[in-house]
Design a protein around this ligand. Structure first.
Ligand code: P6P
Length: 340
C-alpha cells in the first residue's frame, strides 16, 4: 500500500550494517558529502538572484577561468571535510597540490577524498546542468604522519566509494560503495535526499551517443570510423541506431546514459599530431564515473583498456574516456585497435 521512504542516511547506515568491522567513519563521510551537496545546491539554485554568477577573475590549476560558484563549491567541500577527522588527505580539481592538512586530518583521517567540486561550470550562467564528482580511497599513509601525494595516486580499482551530485531539474546524489549504484533525489521541502533510483543498471538497449563533434577533425582515424559506426554509416556493420545528446557536463551526459543506455566519449585530441592531448581528468572525473559504470553493468575505457586499471602518476593526469554500455565501449576499443 505504501512505498517505504528511505533517506540517504538510512541507506548509508544499512550499508554499514553489512560490514561488521565498520566504525561508522565511512558512513559519516558519505553523509558529510550529502550535506555539502545540499549547501552547494542551495547556492546554485539562486545563482541568478545573488552574487554567484559570473567569473571570479581567477584561473585554476587547469588554466581554466574559475566561476564564482566553482570557488564556492570547492571551499564548501574543503570546509565540510577538514575538521571531522574522517578525511586524512583531500585533493580537488581546482588546486595544484593536495589541500593543506589540518591537524585532525593528519592525526585521525582514515580516508582520501578527491573531487571535482563543480563539473561543467561553464554551464552555470546559462542555467544548464552542472555536477560534483567525488572519489574516496583508503589512506595509505598512517594517521599521525603527514598525508602524501602517493595517498592520492591510487587506481580506480582501489576506490572504496565514488559518486556524483547532479544539479539539474532536480538535485540527485548517485553513489556506489561497491555494492550497486543507488540514486537519491533531494526533496527541498524536507532538505533530505530520498532513495529514488535503487540498484541502477545501464539498460541493455542503448539510446544515445554523446561527444563534442566540433573536434571530429582532430580525432584519430579509429574514432572517426567508430563515430561513423554509431551513425549507421560504417558499411561493414549495422549501427545501433542511436540519437545524439551533448550537455557539456560529464555528470549530465553520463547520468543520462546511466539511466537510458548509451555511450559518452571524449577521445584523444590530435591538434598537434606529434603531441595528442586528452581532456578528462583521471582522478576526479574518469575513475569515479568508471567505478559507477562498472557497478551498473557498464564499462569505461581510455580506448585501449579499463580506466580502473590505470595507475595515476600525476594528480591532474588526463585520459581519453569512452564510457557507457559495455558493447559500445568495447566497439570503440576495436576500431581504435584496427585503425589507430
Ligand atoms: P568540451 C567540463 O569542463 C568537462 O571537464 C566535462 O564535464 C565535460 O564533459 C567536458 O569538459 C566538456 O568539454 O570541450 O566539450 O567543452
Amino acid at each position: 500500500m505504501y512505498s517505504k521512504i528511505i533517506t540517504i542516511e538510512q541507506h548509508i547506515l544499512a550499508g554499514e550494517k553489512r560490514h561488521p568491522e565498520a566504525t561508522g567513519v565511512f558512513s559519516n563521510l558519505l553523509y558529510d558529502i550529502a550535506l555539502a551537496a545540499k549547501i552547494i545546491a542551495r547556492e546554485i539554485h539562486r545563482a541568478g538572484l545573488g552574487k554567484w554568477l559570473g567569473e571570479a577573475g581567477t584561473i585554476n590549476v587547469q588554466g581554466e577561468k574559475q566561476m564564482k560558484l566553482d570557488i564556492f563549491a570547492n571551499e564548501t567541500l574543503i570546509r565540510m571535510n577538514s575538521f571531522t577527522g574522517r578525511v586524512g588527505v583531500m585533493a580537488t580539481e581546482e588546486m595544484e597540490l593536495p589541500v593543506p592538512q589540518t591537524p585532525i586530518m593528519r592525526d585521525e583521517g582514515k580516508y582520501v577524498l578527491i573531487f571535482d567540486p563543480l563539473d561543467g561550470s561553464s554551464n552555470i550562467d546559462i542555467n544548464v546542468t552542472v555536477g560534483t564528482i567525488f572519489a574516496i580511497y583508503h589512506r595509505r599513509s598512517a594517521p599521525g604522519s603527514p598525508g602524501t601525494l602517493d595517498d592520492c595516486l591510487q587506481p580506480g580499482r582501489d576506490l572504496v566509494a565514488a559518486g556524483y551530485v547532479i544539479y539539474g531539474s532536480s538535485v540527485m546524489m548517485v553513489y556506489t560503495t561497491g555494492d550497486g549504484v543507488h540514486g537519491f533525489t533531494l526533496d527541498p521541502s524536507l532538505g533530505e535526499f530520498l532513495l529514488s533510483h535503487p540498484n541502477i543498471q545501464i539498460p541493455q538497449k542503448p539510446l544515445y551517443y554523446s561527444t563534442n563533434f566540433a573536434y571530429e577533425d582532430i580525432w584519430s582515424e579509429g574514432v572517426r570510423r567508430y563515430t561513423d559506426y554509431l551513425r549507421g554509416r560504417e558499411p561493414e556493420e549495422p549501427s545501433a541506431s542511436l540519437s545524439t545528446r551533448y550537455v557539456g557536463a560529464l555528470v549530465a551526459d553520463f547520468h543520462r546514459n546511466l539511466l537510458r543506455g548509451g555511450v559518452f566519449y571524449y577521445p584523444m585530441l590530435y591538434r598537434d599530431p606529434q603531441h595528442p592531448k586528452p581532456k578528462m581528468r583521471l582522478l576526479c572525473e574518469a575513475a569515479p564515473v568508471a567505478f559507477i559504470a562498472q557497478q551498473a553493468g557498464g564499462y569505461a575505457s581510455d580506448g585501449h583498456g579499463d580506466i580502473l586499471d590505470i595507475v595515476p602518476t600525476e594528480l591532474h593526469q588526463r585520459v581519453p574516456l569512452f564510457i557507457g554500455n559495455r558493447d559500445l565501449v568495447e566497439k570503440a576499443e576495436t576500431y581504435i585497435r584496427r585503425y589507430g
